[in-house]
Design a binder for this molecule. Structure first.
Ligand code: OFO
Length: 169
C-alpha cells in the first residue's frame, strides 16, 4: 500500500500534468487563430502526451492501492503571442515540470518507496526528451527571427510530428 505522503504527491503531480495538457490546448487554440497548422499539430501531440503522463500516474496510484483525488485545474495564461514567446514559455514550463518530478522523487526517497522511484524514472527520462524537443524548436525560432518564409518552412516541418502512445513505467 502506498503511503499517504506519496499518494498526495502523486495527486498533486496528476493535477500538474493535466494543467500542462490544458496549457498546451490553449497554445494550440492560439496557433489555430494564427493559422499556423504545423504548430497546431505540434501542440496537439503535446496535449496527448500530457494526458498520457497524467493517466500514467492515475493508473499507477490505483494499482498501488492509492486514492486518486482530482483537484481544480488552473486556467492557463499565455505569456506572449509570437511563436518565440510561446516556446520560451513552453521551455520554462517544462523546466518547472522537471523540478516537480525531481521533488516527487525526493518524496519517494524520503518514504523509502523504491517502487515509486523506479516508476518515476520513466518520467525523468521523458523530461530530458521534452526539454530537448522544445529547446530545438526554440533555437530554430531564434535563428528565424522575423523571416516569415523560414517560419512557414518550420510550420511545415512541425506538421510531421506524430503522437506515439508511450509505454509508461
Ligand atoms: Fe508531462 O511533460 Fe510536459 O509538462
Amino acid at each position: 500500500m502506498i503511503s499517504e505522503k506519496m499518494q498526495n504527491a502523486f495527486n498533486d503531480q496528476i493535477n500538474k500534468e493535466l494543467y500542462s495538457e490544458y496549457l498546451y490546448l490553449k497554445m494550440k487554440a492560439h496557433f489555430a487563430e494564427l493559422n499556423l497548422q504545423g504548430f497546431v499539430n505540434w501542440f496537439n501531440v503535446q496535449v496527448q502526451e500530457e494526458h498520457a503522463h497524467a493517466m500514467g500516474m492515475f493508473d499507477y496510484l490505483i494499482e498501488r492501492g492509492g486514492k486518486v483525488e482530482l483537484s481544480a485545474i488552473d486556467a492557463p495564461e499565455l505569456k506572449g503571442k509570437t511563436p518565440l514567446e510561446i516556446f520560451e514559455q513552453v521551455l520554462a514550463h517544462e523546466e518547472f515540470v522537471t523540478s516537480r518530478i525531481n521533488a516527487l522523487m525526493d518524496v519517494a526517497e524520503e518514504v523509502k518507496d523504491r517502487a515509486a522511484l523506479s516508476f518515476l524514472d520513466w518520467y525523468l527520462k521523458e523530461q530530458v526528451e521534452e526539454e530537448s524537443n522544445v529547446g530545438s524548436v526554440l533555437s530554430t525560432l531564434k535563428l528565424i527571427g522575423e523571416d516569415k518564409k523560414l517560419l512557414f518552412s518550420l510550420d511545415k516541418d512541425l506538421k510531421t510530428r506524430v503522437f506515439n502512445a508511450p509505454v509508461i513505467g
